[in-house]
Design a protein around this ligand. Sequence first.
Ligand code: BMA
Length: 323
Amino acid sequence: MRPLVRSSDNPIITTMDLPRGLPDLVDSSSVFNPGAVRWGDRYMLMLRVQTRGRRTHLVMAESKNGREFSVWPEIVRLPGLDRLGEKIYHVYDPRITPLDDEFLVMFAADTETGCKLGTARTTDFRNFELVGLGDHPDIRNGVILPRRFGDRYLRYDRPNRVADAGAPGTGDEIVLSESHDLLEWRPLGPVMRGRPRYWDERIGAGPPPVRTRRGWLLLYHGIATHFGSVSIYQAGVALFDLDDPLQLIGRSRDNVLEPRKMYELVGQVPNVVFPSGMIVDDFDSDGFACEDSLVRVYYGAADTSVCLATGTIGGLLSAVEDR
Ligand code: BMA
């Protein structure tokens, strides 16, 4: 059995689903790479919407069944973003972590001096408190673990240390970092590297990791570069030690999702599946994801639409091989 199966309703959100009457979103080009989280009985997505002017807006959407979403008729405002003293071009690819009765949103922010990782907090997805932008000069794909370690927050992130010709910075190493205030992050060390010549030459974390009894389960994206032509974005699985998330237990040899459907092969950026949200239905009484629980993975397809694939925790774990 394949660990992830596409929804027959894909793509589940396209620009046709965006609310009418919002001047900022009129005739938008694409909606993709959503953050995702469960909020009471609702499945919440934070969508990345791109306009014809290549402006980016974040917009919330909600659903009762995880498949049919209604998009909120307002744009997410992060108060204070314009007063940080840096010109911010785009805020995008949000990842949402539930932690202590609130939601932490970590997003990428393109600035004059590189890509930064910013954090905002919310309890209702309408009012956001901006924590700020981290000071790492060029970094993306930050995902906060949904648990504190003592008085520290931990996150996996991906410094942009690799520059492909003509492309913005990317990277081939996921790093674990710690913070006491969500603002200053200190790298603790690399946790996994890209595998040259295979499907995951460049890598970056997908959604925030899920706590299972066997370890922290992380979906990540792997990029195969193709002779200076278009890169191929796929998804794979890795597992890290529960008490020491610096230790990689194993990872999938092959990808678990790759562009095959027309909506993944063709679009604004072809050949892209980009998992950014993952919602687990069932946790046991100790807060571990149940192995037989349904998992919904939300991903951007070809930087154009939002898609859904489902599986189980057990199925994803079985894709992980011992190192
Ligand atoms: C990455 C990020 C993603 C995007 C992907 C494919 O570098 O910018 O937001 O989905 O490229 O274009």
